[in-house]
Design a binder for this molecule. Structure first.
Ligand SMILES: NC(=O)c1ccc[n+]([C@@H]2O[C@H](COP(=O)([O-])OP(=O)(O)OC[C@H]3O[C@@H](n4cnc5c(N)ncnc54)[C@H](O)[C@@H]3O)[C@@H](O)[C@H]2O)c1
Length: 479
């Protein structure tokens, strides 16, 4: 494999790297980048203890650091203290031990940053109601970090954001405080790639891109992150790392939108889209399978491409492929609801007053995370159009609609109680044999297969690409 061109726009003597057989560039011992930190086993602050920050903190504790976990949400700190957090089962003893031995100390006070040798910023970067970047949390966290920064410290931004964030929110304010990155303090951007619930690629097995403001900054960031990730790729600057992260998730969004379109094409032509995709996936090069669903959920795929689209608005550059993919993904839950209406209509029923069960509401199998779940959009639309909606998801205790109205949970559904069952997703390890008795079923996963047996374990027939709530619409397997 040829290494791609690595730009060095400022002509600085930046870190080189070598390419592994996996195609990743890793730090070379004869460059400034190493994975051994001379300051290892010190104290590190992690700002934001969510899906990214908490497992990152545990990884750093395992690597020998003492971690001060800082979160502005007291309820989050309480939940972490009591262990009531959405972590893989194996991480709960790690958390309990780290807290008991004070290797992980919880705080809501950013002043604690002053006593650390390094700070990782892992706060959310969501969208607002107009699908525009909401930078409030990131701006506040970076402001807190800059105000409490001390000379000699390393600051690593890991939150996904627009290109130039590291400069705007860290470098420029630090300079204004008299701290020059690369000389007085080190600053880098190292985007997080964690996929919660993914047992095959845990955080520590996934390589990390690091873009330092200078080579020394990259070196410090690599030294900190090296022990907790599966490899390092040094980019020539933070902006490269920032855009690479947006590219990764835009790539997924566009391909999921394409898979959804393929599902519609297959339905029109009377074919099973999963069979078509799996046939194409036998090509060993130049094709990567993506699977259709009811949209894309979580706080990455439906969100991150909008940071790019937003940033490009002032420029005279149109990006129709990305723009249309995001519109199609946003419209997908509505298309599913239209399919539900069609199914009911074909069965001689109207949606108003129909009893509908949404099976699976977490944005993807194996997690309890409801963020940006297309299932919630579907429930909202179904309810607005007069359906009586309940949900069944063994991992999700409660669901509320936008106005705060609770949705009824049905932990042990009887198929005969519902006019229509909509399968958004199936949680692994639970019994779904009851789906076989449904009068009318809309399979948004496309994976149950038209007329296929529904597996009692909830295992779907292809798990290779389960990153984001992929549900199909067209497997209109009305039974
Ligand atoms: N969740 C994922 O799967 C994933 C994967 C890759 C990248 N990312 C990115 O990582 C970043 C963090 O995502 P997340 O899923 O962990 O978010 P999250 O919402 O789960 O957690 C963020 C935490 O930060 C806290 N917080 C907010 N503002 C703060 C502040 N000013 N100071 C201290 N704490 C603050 C919140 O209370 C919350 O507990 C985002 O940019 C996201 O896009 C997330």
């Amino acid at each position: 494999m040829y290494p791609p061109f690595t730009p060095d726009p400022r002509g600085e003597n930046r870190s080189a790297g070598r390419w592994t057989t996996n195609g990743f560039r890793e730090a070379e011992s004869d460059t400034t980048v190493t994975t051994e930190s001379p300051r290892a086993k010190g104290i590190v602050a992690v700002m934001g203890l969510g899906y990214v920050g908490l497992p990152t903190s545990l990884g750093l504790v395992d690597a020998g650091y003492q971690v001060i976990g800082i979160d502005i949400d007291p309820s989050r700190l309480t939940a972490i203290r009591s262990g009531r957090v959405d972590l893989p089962e194996s991480d709960h003893p790690r958390l309990a031990t780290a807290l008991a031995k004070q290797r992980l100390i919880l705080s809501s006070d950013p002043v604690a940053v002053q006593s650390t040798e390094a700070v990782l910023v892992c706060v959310p970067t969501p969208l607002d109601a107009h699908r525009l970047p909401s930078l409030t949390a990131l701006e506040r966290a970076c402001d807190d970090v800059v105000r409490n920064a001390v000379p000699g410290q390393l600051i690593v931004l890991t939150s996904t954001s627009y290109v130039g964030t590291t400069s705007d929110l860290l470098v420029v304010p630090l300079l204004a405080r008299g701290l020059t990155p690369g000389r007085d303090i080190h600053v880098a951007f190292a985007p997080e790639r964690i996929d919660p619930g993914n047992q095959i690629f845990p955080q520590e097995a996934v390589p990390r891109v690091v873009g330092g403001v200078t080579s020394a900054c990259a070196e410090r960031a690599c030294a900190l992150l090296g022990p907790i990730v599966g490899g390092l790729h040094v980019a020539s600057a933070p902006v490269v790392a920032e855009l690479s992260k947006l590219l990764e998730n835009t790539f997924r969004a566009v391909n999921i939108a394409l898979a959804n379109e393929l599902a519609d094409i297959s339905a029109t032509l009377g074919l099973d889209p999963m069979e078509v995709i799996n046939a194409a996936a036998t090509k060993p090069y130049g094709f990567m399978p993506f699977y259709p669903g009811a949209g894309a959920g979580g706080h990455c795929i439906p969100v991150d491409p909008h940071y790019l689209l937003w940033q490009l608005r002032p420029h005279s550059l149109t990006t129709p492929v990305i723009g249309q993919a995001m519109e199609a993904l946003a419209a997908r839950p509505g298309r599913m609801v239209d399919r539900a209406v069609q199914l009911l209509s074909d069965a001689g029923k109207g949606l108003r007053g129909a009893r509908v069960l949404m099976t699976g509401v977490a944005y993807k199998p194996g997690v309890a995370d409801l963020r940006c779940s297309p299932a919630l959009d579907m429930i909202q639309l179904l309810a607005e159009r007069g359906a009586e909606v309940a949900y069944h998801d063994p991992l999700v205790d409660q669901v509320r609609l936008a106005e705060g109205h609770p949705v009824r949970s049905d932990p042990a559904p009887l198929p005969e109680d519902y006019d229509l069952v909509v399968v958004y997703g199936l949680q692994p390890g639970f019994d779904y044999a009851w789906l076989d008795r449904c009068r009318l079923l809309l399979d948004c996963t496309y994976r149950l297969g038209i007329g296929a047996e529904i597996p009692a374990t909830g295992e779907l027939r292809d798990e290779r690409d389960d990153d984001f709530g992929q549900v199909d619409d067209v497997a209109l397997s009305a039974r």
